[in-house]
Design a protein around this ligand. Structure first.
Ligand SMILES: [Fe+2]
Ligand SMILES: [Fe+2]
Length: 474
C-alpha cells in the first residue's frame, strides 16, 4: 500500500485526481498532440458539414439544429487550436489531414445524398466516434500533467452529448428500419474508414481495409438553393411588408409584435445565406469561421424567437404566416460570397441607428407582450456583436468605412427580387395573409380587431426602395 497521506486529510492535487491516477504513465506530449489534432480535424470537418448542409436541408428543425451544432463544433475547434499551440508545437500543422481514411469518412458524410444518410452518418458514426475518442483520452492521459486537455475534453463531451441526444431523437422521428437497412452498406464503409485510421483517435492498430468511395466519388458541391418543408407553402410570398407597418406611428405596439415575430422567424434565411458565405470562402484565418458561425447561430436563434412568439399566442405559423426564402435565394444565386457579405454588412449597419434594433426593443417594451420585449432586448445585443464581426472581417477589406458601406449598397441594389415575375410565373400570388393572422391574434387577446390594422395591405412591391436598408432582417 502506498503510505502517502494528505495533510490533515485535505484533498491533494487541487482535487484534480487521486494520487494513484497522478502516478500513471499517461500520454507523452507527442502522443497527446497527435490525438488532439485528430479531434481538431474531426470538429473542423463536422463544422463544415453542419454549415454546408443548412441551406438545402428542407426541414426547419434540422436547419436550426445544424446551426447550433456548427457553432458548438467551431467553438471546440477554437479551443483545440489553442491547446495544440500550448504544446511545443510551432509550426502547428493544423491544416494537415491526420489520416487519409478519416478524410474519406468525412468526405462521404458531407456528400450524403439525402437527409437520412446525412443524419445517420453524423449522429450514429462521426459524433459517437468522436465521443469515444475524447472518453479514451480521459482514460489514457495523466489527469494532472494533461489537465488543460482534460478540461477541454470534458467540456466537449458535455456538448457532444447534447448533440447526440438531438440526433437520436431526430433519427427516431425520421428514419425507419427499411431506410436504415438500405443505408447499412454505406454505414459499414464509414466503419471501415474509422478502423483503417486506427479509430478516430488513432490509438488503435489500423485495420487494413479496401476503401472505395461511394457518395464522394464525385467531389462534394455546395448547394446554395434554399429548400423548405411543407410549413412554408408560399416561399416567394412578399405580400406583407413588415417594416412599413412597424415604422408607421399610427399603428399601436401590440399588433406590431406580430410583425416583429414574423421578421424574426423570417430570419431563417440568414443562416441559409451565411452558410453559403462560409461554404464558398476558403482560406480565411480560423477566427473568421468561428465568428461568422457564431453569428449564423444567433440568426437561427432569432428565427426561433419568432417561432416561440407565435406559439405563445397559439398561432400555427405554418398556416397563418407566409415565411419566404426570397432573400437567401436571391443572394445565394445572384451574388459572389464577398458581395453577400457586403449586403449583410450594409443591412446590419442600417439596424444600428435609432430606427433599428433599439426601436424594435421599444415597441416590445410598449406592447403588452413581455416575450416580445425580451426577444428584442437580446436581438439588439446580438446585433451589436454582429456589427463588431462586420468591422473585424468585412470592413478591414476596404480602405475606408464609407467605401465598404457603399459597396454593400451597390451589391444589394443589384439583386433582382422578381416580385412581378414570380407572380407571372405562378410561383406566388403574394397573397395578403396579414388580416387572417391579425384576426387570429385578436381572438387570443380577446379584443376586437382594429379596422385600420385589419385593412393593412402594403406589399414589398412598391415601397422597397424607401425602406431598402431595413426591408431585410439580419
Ligand atoms: Fe438577426
Ligand atoms: Fe444579425
Amino acid at each position: 500500500m502506498n503510505p502517502y497521506r494528505s495533510y490533515r486529510r485535505l484533498p491533494s492535487l487541487a482535487g484534480v485526481c487521486s494520487m494513484a491516477d497522478a502516478m500513471k504513465p499517461g500520454l507523452a506530449v507527442e502522443q497527446c498532440v497527435a490525438r488532439l489534432k485528430r479531434y481538431h480535424y474531426a470538429f473542423k470537418r463536422l463544422h463544415h458539414i453542419f454549415t454546408a448542409r443548412i441551406t438545402a436541408e428542407p426541414i426547419y428543425e434540422l436547419k436550426m439544429g445544424f446551426s447550433l451544432h456548427a457553432h458548438l463544433c467551431a467553438e471546440h475547434v477554437t479551443a483545440l487550436r489553442k491547446r495544440v499551440g500550448e504544446m511545443r508545437e510551432p509550426p502547428l500543422g493544423l491544416g494537415a489531414i491526420p489520416h487519409p481514411a478519416l478524410e474519406v469518412c468525412f468526405d462521404e458524410i458531407v456528400a450524403a445524398p439525402g437527409t437520412e444518410e446525412l443524419l445517420l452518418g453524423l449522429y450514429e458514426r462521426a459524433l459517437p466516434a468522436l465521443k469515444a475518442s475524447l472518453e479514451k483520452h480521459l482514460a489514457d492521459t495523466n489527469p494532472l500533467v494533461d489537465q488543460p486537455s482534460v478540461r477541454l475534453c470534458r467540456f466537449a463531451l458535455l456538448e457532444l452529448d447534447d448533440m447526440l441526444k438531438f440526433g437520436a431523437a431526430t433519427i427516431a422521428s425520421l428514419i425507419d428500419e427499411p431506410v436504415r437497412q438500405k443505408i447499412s452498406g454505406w454505414l459499414a464503409l464509414l466503419d471501415d474508414c474509422l478502423a483503417a485510421a486506427g479509430g478516430l483517435h488513432g490509438a488503435d492498430s489500423p485495420i487494413g481495409k479496401t476503401i472505395t468511395r461511394q457518395f464522394s466519388a464525385k467531389p462534394y458541391q455546395y448547394d446554395g438553393v434554399p429548400r423548405r418543408d411543407e410549413r412554408f407553402p408560399d416561399p416567394y410570398n412578399m405580400g406583407v411588408n413588415a417594416e412599413f407597418f412597424l415604422y408607421d406611428p399610427k399603428f399601436r405596439p401590440q399588433p406590431k409584435t406580430l410583425m416583429m415575430f414574423y421578421k424574426r422567424l423570417r430570419e431563417i434565411d440568414v443562416p441559409e445565406m451565411m452558410a453559403s458565405i462560409l461554404a464558398e470562402t476558403p482560406d480565411k484565418p480560423w477566427d473568421y469561421y468561428r465568428d461568422m458561425t457564431r453569428q449564423l447561430w444567433d440568426e437561427a436563434r432569432h428565427a426561433m424567437m419568432g417561432e416561440v412568439g407565435f406559439a405563445n399566442l397559439g398561432i400555427d405559423w405554418g398556416r397563418k404566416v407566409m415565411v419566404n426564402f426570397t432573400w437567401s435565394l436571391a443572394l445565394n444565386t445572384q451574388l459572389k460570397p464577398i458581395e453577400r457579405h457586403a449586403v449583410l454588412y450594409f443591412i446590419e449597419q442600417g439596424l444600428m441607428p435609432r430606427n433599428g434594433k433599439r426601436f424594435e426593443w421599444e415597441v416590445g417594451q410598449a406592447s403588452q407582450n413581455p416575450l416580445a420585449a425580451l426577444f428584442q432586448d437580446y436581438d439588439w445585443a446580438d446585433e451589436v456583436l454582429h456589427a463588431r464581426f462586420g468591422r473585424d472581417w468585412y470592413l478591414k477589406e476596404f480602405a475606408d468605412a464609407k467605401a465598404a458601406v457603399q459597396y454593400g449598397d451597390k451589391c444589394w441594389s443589384r439583386v433582382l427580387m422578381g416580385w412581378a415575375e414570380w407572380r407571372a410565373q405562378g410561383l406566388t400570388q403574394h397573397r395578403n395573409w396579414w388580416p387572417d393572422l391579425y384576426r387570429k391574434a385578436c381572438a387570443h387577446w380577446k379584443i376586437d380587431p382594429d379596422p385600420a390594422v385589419l385593412g393593412y395591405a402594403t406589399t414589398y412591391e412598391s415601397v422597397r426602395a424607401d425602406l431598402k436598408t431595413i426591408s431585410a432582417s439580419a
